[in-house]
Design a protein around this ligand. Structure first.
Ligand code: SAH
Ligand code: ZN
Ligand code: ZN
Ligand code: ZN
Ligand code: ZN
Length: 424
């Protein structure tokens, strides 16, 4: 489809019936956004292949990355009064193009500062669930960058983190700032502002570089660490995305990093921050057992629910998963984080060390309580239910014994958690 190779899925069969496998778009869960569909064993005719190629071609962006770079060079030569940005087309306009966009809304007097913060100029995409853009609040972005610098990294592979990339880029133009960043993102609008060495059009659900071999080389070259310039990958994928697909791509990026050194790195992994909600912890650890979840709450600008909760607003459920030693990830004391000497990591102020679990067990920052029957700590709002034999909200509907799984028919789990699905 237009955004690269499709992924192989399985349509759940009912009961004992085998599921049927098919290819569909790697990023769009909604057929309205991309209707690519093909059974695994389906024969595709030459005509249909040709039509598909044609369709993919016309669904590419109007300008290539290098054309956008040419345009940018011309754009910055213009006097302020002639620098326009079309809000409808999300595009920098050259004077010869004004006419064509005459009935569109536009911004004028685009300053150099604005060109350096494209994430403020572009509107965040939110139409498609899997493509939604949630931009870091300045506080969180600054925290991440300081942490990266304190840990001694000099290169950041920014996968779906345009705002972090932007912060690094604008500091890089100042003296004495040695950190560099390469942005990999599916949002092609960024190619108007960054060169081919700063931005690659990339799909993180299928590890697809739209710019082909040249872009792949750019990425590989960036990952090569000369004179000890250590690299870290930071990613903040859309939360609706498939963890499996993301993990598979990240493993390929890690393999790319490994390839850059001939002797190999004695089984070391490329250092990584994967930013994702805490309730995906077990999914993420399934694919990356080397990752640990940190208590730091990552905040966003344009997400009402995920803002930092000092004034009684909800707290952010988004965390940092990292393969670096937890004790080295120092969290800000002024925001209430403290070091737990037993766990050897920084935890939120409300996270109490449980003597029975022998760990700081809270996931959401509130103080959790230990249930002796469940033999683990649970959310403060939960109570042990003797019917269900586990802890749950007080007013939960007890699990009905007759409602079996839609896929395998067995009781005790729902279709989404069916063990017979995880094999495919
Ligand atoms: N908090 C980050 C933005 C995260 S939003 C920041 O402030 O920098 C998710 C990002 O992932 C967006 O930039 C979006 O364009 C990008 N993205 C969404 N789907 C993607 C895909 N399939 N491949 C690569 N990037 C994707
Ligand atoms: Zn326009
Ligand atoms: Zn502890
Ligand atoms: Zn406990
Ligand atoms: Zn319990």
């Amino acid at each position: 489809c237009p955004i690269g190779p499709a992924l192989l899925f399985v349509k759940a069969g009912q009961g004992k019936e085998e599921g049927r496998r098919f290819y569909a778009c790697s990023a769009c869960r909604d057929r309205k956004d991309c209707n690519f569909f093909q059974w695994e064993d389906e024969k595709v005719s030459e005509t249909r292949l040709a039509a598909r190629e044609e369709y993919n071609r016309i669904h590419q962006p109007p300008f290539t990355h290098s054309q956008n770079m040419e345009r940018y060079k011309n754009f910055v030569l213009l006097p302020l009064s002639k620098r326009r940005f079309c809000q409808e087309c999300q595009q920098l306009l050259l004077p010869a193009e004004w006419e064509k966009h005459s009935d569109h809304q536009f911004l004028c007097d685009i300053s150099t500062a604005q060109l350096k913060s494209p994430s403020q100029l572009l509107y965040p995409l939110e139409n498609k669930k899997t493509n939604a853009q949630y931009l870091f609040a300045d506080r969180s972005c600054q925290f991440l960058l300081d942490l990266i610098i304190d840990l001694g990294f000099r290169r950041v592979l920014s996968v779906g983190t345009p705002r972090l990339h932007e912060m690094i880029q604008s500091k890089a133009s100042q003296e004495d700032f040695k950190v560099r960043s390469l942005l990999l993102d599916i949002d092609f609008r960024y190619s108007q502002f960054y060169t081919e060495d700063e931005f690659c059009h990339y799909n993180m659900f299928n590890h697809y570089f739209f710019g082909g071999e040249a872009a792949r080389e750019t990425c590989k070259k960036f990952l090569y660490q000369d004179n000890g310039e250590r690299v870290i990958m930071v990613t903040d994928p859309p939360f609706g995305g498939l963890v499996e697909a993301l993990a598979s791509s990240f493993k390929k990026l890690m393999a790319m990093w490994k390839e850059t050194e001939k002797e190999g790195r004695n089984n070391q992994e490329m250092p990584m921050f994967w930013i994702f909600p805490y309730f995906f912890e077990s999914r993420i650890l399934e694919f990356f057992p080397s990752l640990n979840m940190m208590d730091y709450q990552v905040d966003y600008d344009n997400h009402a629910l995920y803002k930092h909760g000092k004034t009684g607003r909800r707290q952010s459920p988004v965390r940092i998963f990292t393969n670096l030693t937890p004790s080295t990830i120092v969290l800000p004391a002024e925001e209430g984080y403290r070091f737990c000497a037993v766990c050897q990591r920084y935890v939120s102020s409300g996270n109490q060390h449980c003597e029975i679990c022998n760990s700081c067990t809270s996931k959401d920052g509130r103080r959790w309580k230990h249930c002796v029957l469940c033999k683990k700590c649970v959310k403060p709002s939960w109570f042990h239910c003797n019917n269900c034999n586990c802890c749950a909200l007080q007013n939960h509907a007890c699990e009905k014994t007759d409602a079996g799984c839609f896929v395998c028919g067995k009781a005790g789990h729902k279709r989404s958690a069916c063990p017979s699905l995880s094999r495919t």
